[in-house]
Design a protein around this ligand. Sequence first.
Ligand SMILES: N[C@@H](CCC(=O)N[C@@H](CS)C(=O)NCC(=O)O)C(=O)O
Length: 99
Amino acid sequence: MTDTSNGTPGAVTIYSTSWCPWCDRAKTLLSTHGVDYTDVNIEQWADPRSELETRTGRRTVPQIFIGGTHVGGFDDLADLAADGTLMRLCADENIPVRT
Ligand SMILES: N[C@@H](CCC(=O)N[C@@H](CS)C(=O)NCC(=O)O)C(=O)O
């Protein structure tokens, strides 16, 4: 995890495209954990992959920020969810979690 300051304090941001199954899985995982998110479709950008790389250091979608912390893609998010780190990170970043 790296803090690249391109997230939003107190909120979850997911950079995605409309055709991406890994994005859908990430959104479903967040929803099943009671975490709301802001979905940013990178297809609206002029040069999506370059802009994504500038913001996150990676060129694949999804890219997910928990507050100001960049956690990576779906695989990274799933690992954090599996070992409980996701919920601790949400607490640390003041992200509301629905129960
Ligand atoms: N293992 C990655 C998979 C991400 C991935 O392959 N995303 C596809 C879209 S579903 C993508 O961005 N492909 C474009 C590319 O590889 O350049 C993750 O967990 O996020």
